[in-house]
Design a protein around this ligand. Structure first.
Ligand code: AMP
Ligand code: MG
Length: 404
């Protein structure tokens, strides 16, 4: 068994080496939110498919209004979604609505505000350069353009694009399944009666929510008692999932059975100590076809190690190709931080944008058992072992949730 402390970067590299993308499946375009696209999506046609009006106004010939003010005969109206039935000849204009195709003969649209709004005849106040207020064919995309890249996770804009290019179904990465085991004799479910010797299992729900956020499918398998047999049986049953997450039971306590149980099942343990706080004991193991993470029991350690190791692994397994790790920014500290230990410390901070600058406000409590220190935390401020950072300095900060 390896017992050396690894750097976070080494540990992350070992995690990623253990993970390969799962296969693909076909999904409906409107079910693709949160899914990773596994094919490049190509525009089948130019968009817009014809020149169309960017304004409500009049389709005219630029030459006819070059000497404005000018009066033109109005020969018809083109609502959006309708094609013109006539050609704009010299001295004439057609009323046109935003989005309607520009009729033949016209080369410019005069917005209604620059006219008298006439129905039979229109007075145009200003000359306009040819092409004004016209969205050109292919301005948005050209036939053959790659409009969505394989390996990106789809959000609302991607779904709109799939619809826009009439891609009714798309190849998406199969979402990894993630078994979640919460070890600890002290744990009870949320609706159990309150007793002094028990605590509520919060890591189970925490991890299930994090797994879902990362685009994977949680399989909560409940509480596992602190015996070797129970731990072996639970891990054995969990190995039908792509990933297994355990929380607790990975320290050196007399009742910490996760490593033993993995070894008893013939799993290959990759590491078990990472030079970080919170979250030093983290196990990476392969149990048959499952990648197993033994996360620490302290809720905050569990949370931080999920973001650093598990979320990137789940994204990679789902086929995501970039942006696997939490993005690093520099943010200005509002209070001093000190890493008075031999390991790098990840402090929970609230990152906000103020006057074009990112501000990191450390949460009041930083204890690894503190649920309150996770509330509102969208960043992890990084302070290297044995160093400190003064208030007002910029420090590297990992974003684990959007900046509000
Ligand atoms: P362990 O690593 O098993 O010694 O757990 C470390 C600390 O985390 C202990 O105080 C546990 O009570 C707590 N803990 C472990 N598992 C959970 C859980 N599922 N939910 C909340 N706290 C937990
Ligand atoms: Mg325990």
């Amino acid at each position: 068994m390896m017992s050396a402390m690894l750097t976070v970067e080494d540990a992350q590299a070992r995690v990623m080496a253990e993970v390969t993308p799962l296969g693909v499946e076909t999904v409906a375009f409107d079910g693709a939110v949160g899914r990773v696209l596994r094919e490049d999506v190509i525009a089948p046609a130019d968009a817009p498919e014809s020149d169309n009006s960017a304004m409500d106004g009049y389709a005219v010939r630029a030459d006819d209004i070059a000497g404005a003010p000018a009066r033109l005969r109005v020969i018809g109206t083109i609502p959006a979604g309708h094609l013109a039935t006539a050609r704009v000849e010299p001295g004439t204009a057609m009323r046109i609505m935003t989005g309607a195709y520009v009729p033949e003969g016209a080369d410019t649209v005069v917005q209604v505000e620059l006219t008298d709004g006439g129905l039979e005849e229109v007075a145009v106040q200003n000359a306009l350069a040819r092409g004004t207020n016209i969205r050109r064919r292919g301005e948005d995309m050209r036939a053959g353009d790659v409009v969505l890249r394989r390996g990106t996770r789809a959000g609302a804009a991607e779904v709109a694009m799939l619809a826009g290019v009439r891609k009714r179904v798309v190849q998406a990465g199969i979402r990894p399944t993630v078994a979640i085991l919460s070890t600890g004799d002290e744990l009870v479910d949320v609706d159990a009666a309150r007793t002094p010797e028990t605590i509520v299992n919060t890591n189970g729900p925490l991890l299930a929510a994090l797994v879902r956020d990362a685009g994977a499918i949680p399989r909560p398998l409940g509480i596992v008692r602190d015996t070797r047999e129970a731990t072996v049986a639970a891990l054995d049953a969990a190995a039908t999932s792509d990933f297994i997450l355990t929380s607790g039971g990975v320290s050196v306590g007399a009742f910490d059975f996760v490593k033993d149980a993995l070894e008893a099942l013939g799993a290959e343990t990759k590491f078990w100590k990472v030079a970080m706080k919170p979250g030093k004991p983290v196990v990476l193991s392969r149990l048959r076809d499952s990648v197993c993470f033994g996360l620490p029991g302290n809720p905050v350690s569990c949370f931080v190690s999920f973001h650093l190791f598990v979320a990137p692994a789940l994204r990679k397994a789902a086929g995501q190709e970039g942006e696997l790790f939490p993005p690093a920014v520099r943010a200005r500290l509002t209070a001093p931080l000190r890493a008075a230990v031999d390991r790098r410390v990840y402090f929970r901070v609230r990152v906000t944008a103020r006057d074009g600058e990112l501000i990191a406000q450390p949460l009041a409590t930083q204890g690894s058992g503190s649920l309150t220190s996770m509330i509102g935390a969208n960043g992890l401020a990084v302070v290297e072992a044995g160093t400190s950072a003064a208030a007002g300095t910029d420090i590297p900060t990992l974003l684990i949730a959007p900046i509000s």
